[in-house]
Design a protein around this ligand. Structure first.
Ligand code: 3PG
Length: 217
């Protein structure tokens, strides 16, 4: 099957911000969790899902969710190589997220038609991504790389850049990030805690999603 046929129409990563203030960063260890977890998030109003490429079942999980949960907008996280981009597209992902940025990854995403939300942590990395036409960027690891003071500092030289801070953010701290003019959305793993996933507590995940959907300081 051609990857171009498998993927629905491409989207602009900035359009992801229209669906709510939080993008969950999801680690799936058991394939059977994929669909009920995605449905639980969608039920709580969270449609944009970043599934990390960190577990052996990640690609199968993306494919299943893309097929079974049409309301979900599935993206692949932890993209590092052109091979990852190809695999994500084949799994039906509509966007990609990377922890950092390389020209090779940017080229692969452009060539293969996968919208990319690339990670940056410094001004130089912002400049590199902007040179390649990317101005909606993941700020990662947000808390460890300077948090809110760093985002305020980046707003001066990069007024056109919008960020999705991710890494070390919680339901309690997200509103402070979301209050910044250059923060469009936040990312985080708190919507899908390992314990709730293992317990199959899908109602609990829906509740966390509902609370996250309502966060906008
Ligand atoms: C990650 O690295 O898994 C993401 O950045 C999420 O980080 P968090 O678990 O601190 O939310």
């Amino acid at each position: 099957m051609s990857t171009m046929n498998a993927a629905p129409s491409p989207l602009n990563t900035r359009s992801l911000t229209a669906h709510g203030p939080v993008i969950p960063v999801i680690v799936i260890h058991r394939l059977e969790h994929a669909v009920p977890m995605a449905r639980a998030l969608v039920d709580g109003g969270v449609r944009v899902l970043e599934i990390t490429l960190r577990t052996p079942v990640a690609l199968q999980a993306m494919r299943l969710i893309a097929q079974e949960v049409p309301q979900a907008i599935v993206g692949a996280g932890t993209l590092r190589t052109p091979g990852d981009v190809e695999a994500a597209l084949e799994a039906g992902c509509r966007f990609g997220v990377s922890p950092g940025y390389t020209a090779a990854l940017g080229r692969a995403c452009r060539d293969m038609g996968l919208p990319l939300l690339p990670g940056v942590a410094t001004a130089s990395e912002v400049m590199t991504a902007c040179d390649d036409g990317l101005d909606f960027l993941k700020f990662f690891p947000a808390s460890a790389a300077g948090g809110i003071p760093m985002l305020k500092s980046l707003a001066g030289p990069f007024p056109e850049v919008s960020f999705c801070p991710t890494g070390g953010i919680s339901a309690q701290t997200a509103p402070q990030f979301l209050a910044l003019p250059n923060v469009a959305v936040c990312g985080g793993s708190w919507l899908t805690p390992h314990e709730l996933m293992e317990a199959g507590d899908w109602a609990g995940i829906t509740q966390l999603a509902r609370e996250a959907s309502a966060l906008r300081a």
